[in-house]
Ligand binder design. Structure first.
Ligand code: 5RP
Length: 221
């Protein structure tokens, strides 16, 4: 927890008055939202958009002003976690099930700051199963098409039912073991009808901040 908090607390120092801020999802983004809430209570003047219902509710609780997507064209900075970060700063995201909203927000952000603890930093993506959001219609067939890309797919479950995202879709966790070419896989997955989005964030991170067990924190260069 300390490592995630330390990374998040450094990241929020890049947020300044007047910015539109994207709020990530997960236990690391949680600390960023908490920190921003404190700064807002002390006079920081920002507006925010959230990447999940959970983050939106937390922002509301903390008094962070939220702005409708209809009112913005661009987001100045987004701070979000990741499940894996490789040597080229490509990411696997979606462990918390929010990958679609996270990618929509990241895509329209001038800067995406990724906050992780040291366990997330890997040479190559793929040990963490790749989450893929798919529509419910014909999901058995979509799963077979995902499997044909070389993974072992598993429907994410919650309370003995398929887990349903904030967007009403299923998440399939795809066990690849290793993903040698994230850009190619990203394209192949999103070409399958029924796939809404996959958790590979290729070339989207502007900065990666890593927190360590001893409480230290480092911006990767
Ligand atoms: C949610 C995500 C999270 O950013 C990712 O799962 C990392 O979570 P945490 O910070 O709790 O380890 O992509 O969809």
């Amino acid at each position: 927890m300390e490592a995630k908090k330390a990374a998040a607390e450094l990241a929020i120092m890049d947020v300044h008055d007047g910015m539109i801020v994207g709020l990530g999802t997960g236990s690391t983004a949680y600390w960023a939202i908490q920190g921003l809430g404190l700064r807002v209570q002390n006079g920081l003047n920002i507006q925010a958009v959230a990447t999940s219902v959970a983050s939106e509710n937390l922002a509301k609780e903390l008094g962070i002003p939220l702005i409708p997507f209809a009112d913005i064209t661009e987001i100045d900075i987004t701070i979000d976690g990741a499940d894996e970060v490789d040597a080229d700063w490509h990411l696997t995201k979606g462990g918390g099930g929010a990958l679609l909203r996270e990618k929509i927000v990241a895509f329209s952000s001038k800067k995406l700051i990724v906050v992780v603890d040291e366990s997330k930093v890997v040479e190559r993506l793929g040990t963490f199963p790749l989450p893929v959001e798919i529509v419910q219609f014909g999901y058995e067939l979509t799963i077979r098409n995902l499997q044909a890309l070389g993974c072992e797919p598993q429907v994410r479950m919650a309370d003995n039912q398929p887990y349903v995202t904030d967007n009403g879709n299923y998440i399939i966790d795809c066990y690849f073991g290793s993903i040698p070419n994230p850009a190619e896989l990203h394209q192949a997955m999103n070409s399958i009808p029924g796939v809404v989005e996959n958790g590979l964030f290729v070339g989207m991170a502007s900065q990666v901040i890593v927190g360590y067990r001893d409480g230290s924190v480092k911006r990767l260069v």
